[in-house]
Design a protein around this ligand. Structure first.
Ligand SMILES: NC(=O)c1ccc[n+]([C@@H]2O[C@H](COP(=O)([O-])OP(=O)(O)OC[C@H]3O[C@@H](n4cnc5c(N)ncnc54)[C@H](OP(=O)(O)O)[C@@H]3O)[C@@H](O)[C@H]2O)c1
Length: 245
C-alpha cells in the first residue's frame, strides 16, 4: 500500500498504539486526523506533530461518531483511510459485578459499535465521492481469537471486530475499498490501566505494523497474535488453557 499520500482518520490517537501509528504516518508524509476523549493528550500530540488535526470526541456515542465524520470530511475531503483503533479493556467478574449495565454497554459501544458505525459512515461518503482507493483498518486483538477470561466483554468485542472485518472484506471484494485488520498481541501501553509491561515494546510493534501495512498484508499479526490467528481449534483450546490457567 502507498503509505505516503493518505489522509487518515485514526480514532484513539492520543496515546498508545494509536499515537505511535499517528507519529509514523505523519513522519511518512500523510495527513493525519486523530480523536480521543482527553483534550490534553490530543494537544500534546498536536504540539509535537505539525499539521496534525485533532477533535475531542467520545466514539461511544452515535451522534459523536456522526459529528466526527462530518468534521473529518469537512477538514479533509480527500480522506482516504479510516483506522478504527480506539478501545478500552475492563476486568469484569460477570457474576460478582454490581456495575450498572451502562458500564458494560459503553465498553461494547467503544470497541464494537464505533468501528462498525464509523465504517458505514465512511463507506457512504466514499461511495458518493466515487473514491478510487479508500482503506478501512480495524484493530482487533489476539484475545479475539483466544479469550482472556478476566476481560470477557473486551475479548468478545474483539472477536466480533474480527468477524465484522472478515464480512466487510468479503462484501467489498471487487470494490475499490481495501479492508485490513491489525491484530495486536500484548503491547506495552496503558490499555485497561493494568500493567502491560510484559507486552511487546510499543515502538518495535508500531514499526512492524507500518512495514506490514506497506507490504499490503490484509491481516497484520505479530508474535502471539500471529500464532493464534492461524491456529486450529485444538491449538486454540490449548492456548485458552495456558492463558487462563
Ligand atoms: N496494548 C495491547 O496489549 C493491545 C492488544 C490487543 C489489542 N489492542 C488494541 O489496540 C487499540 C489501542 O489500544 P492501546 O493499547 O494503544 O491502549 P491505550 O493506550 O489505552 O489507547 C487507547 C486509545 O483509545 C482512546 N479511546 C478510548 N475510549 C475512547 C472513546 N470512547 N472515544 C474516543 N477515543 C477513545 C483513548 O483516548 P482517550 O482516553 O483520550 O479517549 C486512547 O488514546 C485498542 O483497540 C486495543 O483494544 C491493544
Amino acid at each position: 500500500m502507498n503509505l505516503t499520500q493518505q489522509t487518515v482518520l485514526l480514532t484513539g490517537g492520543g496515546s498508545g498504539i494509536g499515537l505511535a501509528l499517528a507519529e509514523r504516518l505523519h513522519a511518512a508524509g500523510n495527513t493525519v486526523l486523530i480523536c480521543g476523549r482527553d483534550a490534553a493528550k490530543l494537544q500534546a500530540a498536536a504540539e509535537r506533530l505539525p499539521g496534525l488535526r485533532t477533535l475531542v470526541c467520545d466514539v461511544a456515542q452515535a451522534p459523536e461518531r456522526e459529528r466526527l465524520i462530518d468534521w473529518a470530511f469537512a477538514a479533509a475531503p480527500q480522506l482516504s483511510m479510516l483506522l478504527n483503533n480506539a478501545g478500552i479493556q475492563r476486568t469484569v467478574n460477570v457474576f460478582e459485578t454490581e456495575e450498572p449495565w451502562a458500564t458494560t454497554a459503553n465498553e461494547i459501544a467503544i470497541n464494537l459499535e464505533a468501528p462498525v458505525h464509523l465504517t458505514m459512515l465512511c463507506l457512504r461518503r466514499w461511495h458518493a465521492q466515487q473514491h478510487s482507493g479508500p482503506v478501512v483498518i480495524n484493530v482487533s486483538s489476539g484475545l479475539g481469537f483466544v479469550p482472556l477470561a478476566r476481560v470477557p466483554v473486551y475479548s468478545a468485542t474483539k472477536a466480533a471486530v474480527h468477524s465484522f472485518t472478515q464480512s466487510l472484506r468479503h462484501q467489498l471484494a471487487g470494490s475499490p475499498v481495501q479492508v485490513i485488520e491489525i491484530i495486536p498481541p500484548a503491547v506495552h501501553t496503558e490499555l485497561g490501566g493494568t500493567d502491560h509491561s510484559f507486552g511487546v515494546p510499543l515502538a518495535e510493534y508500531a514499526d512492524d505494523v507500518m512495514q506490514q501495512l506497506a507490504a499490503g498484508h490484509p491481516e497484520i499479526a505479530y508474535g502471539f497474535s500471529a500464532k493464534v490467528s492461524q491456529a486450529s481449534r485444538t491449538e486454540l483450546d490449548a492456548s485458552f488453557k495456558q492463558l487462563n490457567g
